[in-house]
Design a protein around this ligand. Sequence first.
Ligand code: G1P
Length: 287
Amino acid sequence: MIPAAGLGTRFLPATKAMPKEMLPVVDKPAIQYVVEEATAAGIDDVLIIIGRNKNNLSNHFDSVPELESTLERKGDHSKLAKVQHSSELADIHFVRQGEPKGLGHAVLRAKAHVGDHPFAVLLGDDLIDERDPLLTTMLDEHTKRGAAIVALMEVDPDSIHLYGAAAVEATDDEGVVKVTGLVEKPAKEDAPSNLAIIGRYVLSPSVFEILERTEPGKGGEIQLTDALQEMAADPDGPGVYGVVFRGRRYDTGDRVDYIKAIVQLAADREDLGPELRPWFKDFAAKL
Ligand code: G1P
């Protein structure tokens, strides 16, 4: 499931009539990277939790017969493939969140669709480089341990207040830690570590029962982190484990990070990089 019901106020006015998940990162909406990441890990059923301005999102993953036939007539097969790709990616469903009451509340909206199966939550503000697999490892760990799995990444301690922070213990597996506690957006001095939850989770449906009675937490919102903290603290349950990610992650959550993500991704692209890289160097030299 991909929550996409936020108001995107940091990007106004771009997000006045368009969800922030539709902002282009180079030439693809941010959410398409996330759907592609899910399908690359073998997930073919995607539920997007939407807020207002949902039409842009559903149209993007739908076919556009008039555009497709024009491109076909012109014989522009490479553009046609780009148009068709996003509508063929996965079986995509939409559910409305109604009032945006936090990430935990958004996840709860997936309950009926999820049924009895484990599921992954992917947040659109975090883009994971396709060359550095994370979700596949998390799915494997979930299968192996039956526990909730979160993706963790070391961040600058000065930034930990922007994330859920984890207290952890080592396991016998390199890159996998046992999560003993979680705090949503702690002050630097209260943070149990500088290991931040980045926006990837693999969960069992048992999380819904906890979320249903989770009281609003930080910011007056129902926090997924608080439900996971309850799981981590339950000595009789399967617990929570973290996969520590050391690969390339692009944050698109605020304007500066969003611009950095575009610059990094464009510079790496085969079709754009050769022209852009010398220009970036030249531009940077003049700053
Ligand atoms: C959410 C979660 C937080 C997590 C973050 C990752 O916060 O609540 O625990 O660390 O995503 O991006 P948000 O950034 O949506 O406020």
